[in-house]
Design a protein around this ligand. Sequence first.
Ligand SMILES: *Cc1c(COP(=O)(O)O)cnc(C)c1O
Length: 369
Amino acid sequence: MSIRLSKCSLGETERKNVLSVLDNEYLGMGREVKLFEEEVKRFLQTDHEVISCNTGTSALHLSLLALDIGPGDEVLVPSITFVASYQAISATGAHPVSCDILPDCGFIDVDDAKKRLTKKTKAIMSVHYASDASRQEDVNSFATKHGLRVIEDAAHSFGSRTQSGMVGQSGDIICFSFDGIKNITCGEGGAILTKDPLVVERVKDARLLGVEKDTDKRFSGSRSWDFDVRRQGFRYHMSNIMAAIGLGQMKQVDRLLDQRRKNMFSYIDELKALNEVVILDLDFDKLTPHIFVIKVPNQRDQLRTYLEKRGIETGIHYFPNHLLSKYKTSYSLSKAENWHKEALTLPIHPDLSIEDTHHVVSSIKAFFT
Ligand SMILES: *Cc1c(COP(=O)(O)O)cnc(C)c1O
């Protein structure tokens, strides 16, 4: 038996949708992309605009650029995140300022972030680590108090709920990822959600080489021939092929998200009595897990090797970004560093069964006895 750490789960609809795009021979950004954006907006029941793009990383990059963040600016970001958050910031020329995390949940520590404020700080990028957005309010009030813009790296939290609703219903700018292993996938893909009309306009234009107001034309199967370009743009748009996969995923979104939650609760039920592992302090009732992380204070690496030998793939989310050569800090962040020593990610995906989670847990128990 072999159990993968993460994977996508595709159905017949995704295959049919992709074939129909291939049959139509309109592969770029058109009708399917428009439908996918509408479908995401409907599912999240949000008044924010939904603007798709080709990756979660480009969603973050476009958001920062729309805020005119660039050289000389600083953006606060937790050290424990996928390096994509950092690359998106440094791609603008701005400096990602590493902050420590809360030791029980991995969310950015606002008190630590406060120490790192300077005149150059323009924004804070919070990360919904392990899909938990329950502490986002603390970041929002911190940002309001210090005049910062907020970008939520919500790559993990599609389908999670906040105190007041779904992730993506409120907040300044929210970025999702639809890469191959996220809660839903487009193959690769991302989206920016915001109510700010200037950000909406800039992001829409910048995803299509800065060609002004091209989106509506593309969505009706046409394109601009006379146009102006005022700002830097990119080829960051979503294609109809990607959107076709995403539309198929949205057809089975309840199953995809429910199975992730069921597996999470099965792990929690069975692991909470085990003294050798620590369950994170997350708002499990509200979240839909992209990853399921536990802490193993002793013998984490030995446990990993043991599970690997039994065909169970695990992960470590994440290597602290402030220790990477490109982003090396002069200060240490003890909680982030400790996190990397103790964190262990167990397999979770929609094709993992409850029996699979039992197998993973009994293997963990076998290791410790
Ligand atoms: C996946 C991920 C991203 C980037 O998304 P891509 O679609 O892979 O570019 C950004 N931040 C975090 C925390 C992620 O997990």
